[in-house]
Design a protein around this ligand. Structure first.
Ligand SMILES: NC(=O)c1ccc[n+]([C@@H]2O[C@H](COP(=O)([O-])OP(=O)(O)OC[C@H]3O[C@@H](n4cnc5c(N)ncnc54)[C@H](OP(=O)(O)O)[C@@H]3O)[C@@H](O)[C@H]2O)c1
Length: 230
């Protein structure tokens, strides 16, 4: 039984990841800004004893510190930095400093600080791995449509951070990779998205299981069939 930590687990891909790990028999710490979320209370009732719900705002360093204290010295086998915001999806004219910095803090800096805070817990695992949920929109090489400035910039920064973490953690055996979850039917992805949340989460889980040291630091796809161009 592995211990999996998922950020932003109260809805969308994060909630489905928590559900699928619980269904396969793992132990899950699901984090949310609102730890009293009904979605997680329901999950907790169905999987008594294997789900812990904790409060975590990934853009707030004090919240990260409190979360790390709450986890204590428990082993963490898999950390999934999933929480993110899309910010303003519009064109250059609508880019605003405050909002762009909030997107950057949430999507890029927050995941690095959460990973740093749980490093001691990951070190205790026999096969520790960190998966950062990025986006195809974070690829510079595959950017053919532009727009989404703050979001794209934040995910490109997350991609860079994951590579740095992979190099820094190599000697400790902790793997780090970014995974594109596809375009998924969630509040963020919208109804027109072609991929349902079950397919995306199950692909992410398979991709995390297949992570290896030689491919640590890679930009992976949830279908596991290719590495994405930076
Ligand atoms: N859906 C897609 O098509 C798609 C495509 C590419 C990449 N992604 C990536 O996939 C991941 C999950 O996206 P999703 O589609 O499931 O999005 P979602 O439905 O909008 O859910 C986002 C989750 O992140 C949480 N969150 C946001 N800001 C947070 C913060 N400061 N601290 C803690 N939690 C926070 C939200 O919590 P609240 O309920 O408190 O807001 C929510 O649980 C994200 O990294 C996203 O960028 C999604």
């Amino acid at each position: 039984m592995k211990h999996v930590v998922v950020t932003g687990a109260n809805r969308g891909i994060g909630l489905e990841l928590a559900l699928q790990y619980l269904t396969r028999g793992d132990r899950v710490t699901a984090t949310a800004r609102d730890a009293s979320a009904e979605s997680l209370a329901t999950l907790s009732r169905a999987h008594a004893g294997r789900l812990t719900v904790r409060s975590l705002d990934v853009k707030d360093p004090r919240s990260i510190e409190a979360f790390a204290s709450a986890i204590g010295d428990d082993v963490v086998d898999i950390l999934i930095n999933n929480a993110a915001i899309a910010g303003n999806r519009g064109a250059l004219e609508s880019l605003a400093m405050d909002e762009a910095l909030e997107v950057y803090a949430t999507n890029a800096v927050g995941p690095v600080l959460v990973t740093r805070a749980l490093r001691k817990n990951l070190r205790k695992s026999a096969a520790p791995r960190v998966a950062h949920i990025t986006s195809g929109m974070g690829s510079i090489g595959e950017n053919t449509s532009g727009g989404w400035y703050a979001y794209r910039m934040s995910k490109a920064a997350l991609n860079m951070a994951s590579k740095c973490l992979a190099l820094e953690f190599e000697r400790e055996g902790i793997l780090s990779a970014v995974i594109n979850p596809g375009w998924v039917k969630t509040d963020m992805g919208g109804e027109a998205a072609p991929t349902d949340v079950q397919e995306s989460a199950s692909g992410i889980i398979t991709t995390i299981d297949a992570m290896t040291m030689p491919r640590s630091g890679a930009f992976l796809d949830y279908r596991g069939d290719r590495e994405i161009g930076w």
